[in-house]
Ligand binder design. Structure first.
Ligand SMILES: NC(=O)c1ccc[n+]([C@@H]2O[C@H](COP(=O)([O-])OP(=O)(O)OC[C@H]3O[C@@H](n4cnc5c(N)ncnc54)[C@H](O)[C@@H]3O)[C@@H](O)[C@H]2O)c1
Length: 473
């Protein structure tokens, strides 16, 4: 094994290191080989495509993301004692789609982009997941994200499997008409493989409700008017009330459940939030409305702090006028890099993946970390935080509010009946509170932390559905 592989595996299997030496048990060999294959493929592709160092931060981040999912799933499989053949069937995606999308640019020249859709599992229902437009869309990462969606929908107990897709393009370099042509061509290529009872895409990085409106329109040319083919649509085309706020609202419901478990409530606690976009700003606003003291927030422009609590509605107004939290007069400017180390009760990373590392985790002063972003905590940081007694509410549960309200949107489209916002919010609360209770039951029965509890709940539900459906050829 190369030094590099050992370092990746040591991170992933940090719980099995003894005195700094990597110890891999025999039954883990197969999983290790799988991770090595993912690592090698990513390494080669990233090095070739972007000319980056094979051990550079981008490579490390991609490896971490892809492998963390495999790692957590592996832990869950061990906890649940799942048969290795079932495990293999859970790991391999149901279908991987790769299509070439050629469009004329506005100046008449032709340009081609590659689009992907990985449909991971449909044992519990139609597959569900975002479509992202990003220059670094890459099949192995899409695959890991599709798997994560399978476990996330299962944890939330909504009747879906998992999928993810995207087009390797930079939407900022495309005009709106070029984006529309690209979306329509992509939809033409995959229209018979998506659908309300097959696979239901949603917006993700670089896509939005307008992208979903184009997919709906193009799909409907082939299949008749079908709003339930996508979620995250504009309200006039069948989008759900409450969808914009749903991930942030779900984060708050999850936090509420966790704090209640510790005899605490939202009101009166001090919160620090990294990221003030869709998820961070809604989370901050709802916490503020419920009496939480949001003492510091950061975004890409900088960070602000007020020990008495920031006036979040005023900060939202400032951000909409200036584009960032920098310069907000209701607080003092602080270094954005120190946000994770701020004194508080609850720390909420709501921006990027991989921000809590072995180094940054050492400085965390919060008692609770709520993973509003995807993969904010790497496996090493997990250990450091556990040794400090910090409780982590894992992303696979904490940010599931968005996909849960996407499910409500699909239900409303199929019912042909629109719910009012109070109904959407109260149903979301039910789903989040119930999922927390289910995770806690698993944690108690298997003596594990919330991350392993959540993964075990999700993997267990999918495994059960898979076995009940059977494999008859
Ligand atoms: N939007 C959803 O429904 C949803 C659902 C599930 C998970 N997530 C995850 O939540 C996270 C945030 O998503 P979003 O929709 O709010 O994105 P967004 O683009 O609306 O906001 C991202 C925020 O992060 C900030 N940011 C970027 N780099 C930063 C840095 N270095 N330091 C501090 N702040 C930085 C940006 O300024 C912005 O305020 C992502 O990890 C996303 O995958 C989002």
């Amino acid at each position: 094994m190369s030094k590099e592989e050992i370092s990746v595996l040591t991170v992933l299997y940090s719980s099995t290191t003894v005195g700094g030496e990597l110890v891999i048990e025999e039954e883990e060999e197969e999983k290790v080989n799988q991770i090595k294959i993912v690592a090698r493929r990513l390494q080669r592709r990233y090095a070739l495509k972007f000319g980056i160092s094979r051990t550079g931060p981008k490579f490390e981040e991609q490896i971490q993301k892809a492998a963390a999912v495999v790692f957590c799933q592996g832990g869950a499989v061990r906890i649940l004692g799942i048969d290795s053949k079932v495990e293999r069937s859970l790991l391999i995606p149901y279908r991987e789609i790769k299509v070439e999308c050629t469009i004329p640019k506005d100046d008449g020249t032709l340009v081609s982009y590659v689009g992907f859709r990985v449909q991971h599992d449909n044992a519990r229902g139609p597959m569900k997941g975002g479509i992202r437009y990003h220059p670094e869309v890459e099949p192995d990462e899409v695959n890991a994200l599709a798997q994560l969606m399978t476990w996330k929908t299962a944890v939330a107990n909504i009747p879906y499997g998992g999928a993810k897709g995207g087009i390797g393009c930079n939407p900022r370099e495309l005009s709106i008409t070029e984006q529309e042509r690209l979306t329509r061509v992509f939809t033409q290529k995959i229209h018979d493989l998506i659908g309300p009872h097959l696979d239901v895409p949603a917006p993700d990085m670089g896509t939005n409700s307008q992208t979903m409106a184009w997919i709906l329109d193009e799909y409907s040319k082939f299949h008749g008017h079908t709003p339930a083919v996508v979620t995250g649509k504009p309200i006039v085309l069948g989008g759900s009330l409450g969808r914009d706020a749903a991930t942030g609202r779900g984060v708050v419901f999850g936090t509420q459940a966790l704090l209640a478990d510790h005899g605490m409530s939202i009101a009166g606690q001090k919160y620090v939030i990294q990221g003030f976009g869709n998820v961070g700003s809604w989370t901050a606003g709802i916490l503020h409305d419920q009496g939480g003291i949001v003492k510091a927030v950061s975004d890409v422009s900088g960070a602000v702090k007020n020990d008495k609590g920031l006036d979040i509605p005023a900060l939202v107004k400032h951000v909409s006028e200036t584009g960032g939290v920098k310069g907000f007069e209701g607080g003092n400017a602080i270094e954005a890099s120190s946000i994770l180390a701020e004194e508080c009760d609850v720390l909420i990373p709501a921006a990027l993946g991989g921000v809590l590392t072995r180094e940054t985790a050492k400085d965390v002063k919060a008692k609770f970390v709520i993973e509003a972003a995807n993969h904010p905590t790497d496996p090493e940081a997990d250990e450091v935080l556990a040794s400090k007694g910090v409780t982590i509410l894992p992303d696979v549960y904490a940010n599931a509010g968005g996909v849960t309200v996407s499910y409500f949107e699909w239900v409303q489209n199929i019912q042909g009946f629109m719910w009012d916002e109070d109904k959407v919010n109260s149903e979301l609360q039910k789903y989040m509170i119930r999922a927390y209770a289910d995770i806690k039951d698993l944690c108690k029965n298997h003596n594990c932390n919330l991350r392993m509890g959540a993964f075990s709940l999700g993997v267990g539900r999918v495994a059960k559905a898979t076995m009940l459906r059977g494999w008859e050829a």
